[in-house]
Write a protein that binds this ligand. Structure first.
Ligand code: FES
Length: 319
């Protein structure tokens, strides 16, 4: 896959809260940027072989700038640290065109946006889009503390500021998020969107299910996932390449395929983006991604080779 890349320049850079860098990116040649939908992300080509996804948090109605927020995570695999260290104002960088794996349902009767920490970013773009269409929505922003949280000034000045409610762990009990109250009656046709640390999202999603929300009304985007590569070895046969390879314990299918010269397009390497998906012709995958739906996982005819493994001794893939 040869994806189109855009050359952009960092026009503005600001550190907000605790360790969030907010970047405004514009086309290096001054042309307008491709339009994007709320919930979309771009891949930033941080360095050769280092590609990371970040949600766009600017107003989708403004085509001149892409804004994104990057939390510095020293425990991560280096992408966010390099962005903090290297992407200063005036610096050029390549990004993908926007892709949307987290789209809004436009005709919802009511929408609840629940962002935890840096997971607020796609919610800001969604709030702009919902406000523009005159939709009924609430944006709830949860964080550990006000001082650590980015985007608070922007949200206070936003045209939809009246729809924003903040919840901080270290402030009064009365302002904490009361999930059942916020979620309300599941029969009201409400659509819920959540993004944030996986513990926060699991709590929100479990609450929505408990409240009787339909799965089709629960929308989620994971931005950071620990890849679990544990488990015994198995064989992968690449049918079109006519090559067999043994995947060792703790090794990914992706790495094993690379050893026999089979290169798969990748992006997140965390089971989040879907770029590395391959068709399964035989065998049963052990799905470890957060990209495929439960139904797609149950069909067992696709696998994300950056993170998933095998329940059978052998997988035959259409590659
Ligand atoms: S590379 Fe993103 S899911 Fe595998």
């Amino acid at each position: 896959m040869n994806e189109e890349l855009l050359n952009v320049v960092v026009r503005k850079r600001e550190i907000q809260g605790a360790d969030v860098v907010v970047l405004d990116l514009e086309r290096a040649d001054g042309a307008s940027l491709p339009a994007f939908e709320a919930g979309a992300h771009v891949d930033i080509h941080v360095a050769p072989g280092l590609v990371r996804q970040y949600s766009l948090c600017s107003d989708p109605g403004e085509a001149s700038v892409y804004r994104l927020g990057v939390l510095k995570d020293p425990a991560s695999r280096g992408g966010s640290v390099q962005i903090h260290d290297a992407l200063h104002e005036g610096r050029e960088v390549q990004i993908s065109t926007p892709r949307n794996l987290f789209p809004l349902v436009r005709d919802a009767k009511r929408t609840i946006l629940l962002g935890g920490g840096i997971g607020i970013t796609p919610m800001i773009a969604m709030a702009h889009a919902l406000h523009r269409q005159g939709a009924a929505f609430e944006l709830h922003y949860c964080g550990r503390s006000r001082s650590r949280s980015a985007f608070l000034g922007e949200l206070a000045r936003a045209p939809f500021a009246a729809c924003v409610v903040t919840h901080f762990d270290d402030e009064a009990q009365a302002q904490r998020l009361n999930l059942p109250t916020v979620l309300g009656d599941a029969s009201a046709g409400t659509h819920l969107y959540t993004c944030g640390p996986s513990g926060f999202m699991d709590w929100v999603i479990a609450g929505a299910r408990q409240q009787g929300y339909d799965e089709a009304h629960i929308h989620k985007e994971y931005f950071q996932v620990e890849v679990d590569a544990s488990g015994g070895g198995f064989e992968v046969f690449a049918a079109r390449s006519n090559k067999a390879v043994q995947v060792a314990e703790g090794q990914t299918i992706l790495d094993a395929l690379a050893q026999v010269g089979i290169k798969i397009d990748i992006s997140c390497e965390q089971g989040v983006c879907g770029t590395c998906m391959c068709e399964v012709l035989e065998g049963v995958p052990d799905h470890r991604d957060v990209y495929l739906t439960d139904e797609e996982k149950a069909a067992n005819d696709q696998i994300l080779v950056c993170c998933s493994r095998a329940k059978t001794n052998k997988l035959v893939l259409d590659i």
